[in-house]
Write a protein that binds this ligand. Structure first.
Ligand code: NAP
Length: 276
């Protein structure tokens, strides 16, 4: 069958390398490509997908993660809670949507430290911020969301705390970026594009905020070690690399599409081969 990441732009995506490597190693006769689909084309594209019997599923990226929701025939509880779909299964002419980004965040952090009971500061309130907040809430952490636009942080918190059908036994604070210095933090998750290539010298977190008892995750994976992670390393923090989120969300996609575990080391090797 055929699989693909759909979005715009998608030329930079590492998903084809990650999935084609694991298909080859596991002897699966599938192909994974990157297809640029504009917002105007999305509806017609998915209509064609339903009619052609060649598609097994899709990864969904910017700008379609939210817009694709009303086009789908069904959606998982997690995707509904987060308000975004990053995985589609095509079966019998029907489209089912899932979200694995939050599991990517959860597994990446829990490789390094527990989330349960920890104070977690999430910087950013966009798509990656929403997946991170859901991951922290589902893992029993105590989140604070800080965003350039504080109102957007409030909207995200209100929506996830009230609207996603799961009763979370915690409170969630929100604020603007200037509140960072007043927030106690065990785990920091950076979810804005700040520090991404070619702006590798930029960071949104002041160096003196970081201390050796913190775990710091940057969802930006290009460069591999962002300025934030370099500062965190110098401060003695535990580090969580952005590519781990990409890896673990892909592992979960594979499980949803094929009902079995992938060879994760091959997927990781393919990603690091592109990033290092
Ligand atoms: P998004 O939905 O557009 O959200 C962007 C967020 O960053 C918003 O909160 C925005 O604040 C904030 N922001 C943008 N520019 C800023 C600036 N100059 N100063 C301060 N805040 C700024 O984007 P997204 O989908 O969440 O993606 C964010 C980053 O995560 C991207 O670099 C993306 O590549 C990465 N990502 C990584 C993975 C992974 O697997 N590792 C997965 C998904 C995304 P406002 O609300 O104020 O605009």
């Amino acid at each position: 069958m055929n699989y693909a990441v759909i979005g715009s732009p998608v030329g930079h995506s590492l998903s084809p390398a990650m999935f084609n490597a694991v298909f080859k190693r596991m002897g699966l006769a599938h192909e994974y490509s990157a297809i640029r689909v504009s917002p105007e084309e999305l509806g017609d594209f998915m209509d064609c997908v339903k009619k052609e019997n060649i598609w097994g599923g899709f990864s969904v990226t910017i700008p379609h993660k939210e817009n694709i929701v009303p086009i789908l025939d069904s959606i998982s509880d997690e995707a509904r809670g987060i308000g975004a779909v990053n995985t589609v299964v095509v079966k019998d002419g029907k489209l089912a949507g899932y979200n694995t980004d939050w599991i990517g965040v959860k597994r990446a952090i829990e490789e390094v430290t527990d989330i349960a009971g920890k104070k977690v500061t999430i910087v950013g309130a966009g798509g990656a911020g929403a997946a991170s907040l859901y991951a922290v809430l589902r893992s029993g952490g105590h989140p604070t969301v800080l965003n350039r636009t504080a109102e957007k942080a409030k909207r995200l918190v209100d929506r996830l705390m009230d609207g996603c059908g799961v009763k979370f036994g915690t409170k969630c604070a929100y604020g603007s970026l200037s509140d960072l210095e007043n927030v106690e933090t065990d785990i920091l998750i950076q979810t804005t594009p700040i520090g991404m290539t070619p702006n590798e010298d930029d960071t949104i977190v002041p160096e003196d905020f970081l201390s050796s008892d913190m775990t710091v995750m940057d969802v930006v994976y290009n460069p591999h070690k962002t300025r934030l992670l370099l500062d965190a390393e110098n401060a003695g923090c535990k580090l969580v690399f952005g590519y781990k989120m990409l890896l673990f969300q892909g592992v979960e996609q594979f499980k949803i599409w094929f009902g079995e575990d992938p060879d994760m080391k091959v997927m990781e090797g393919a990603l690091l081969g592109k990033l290092l």
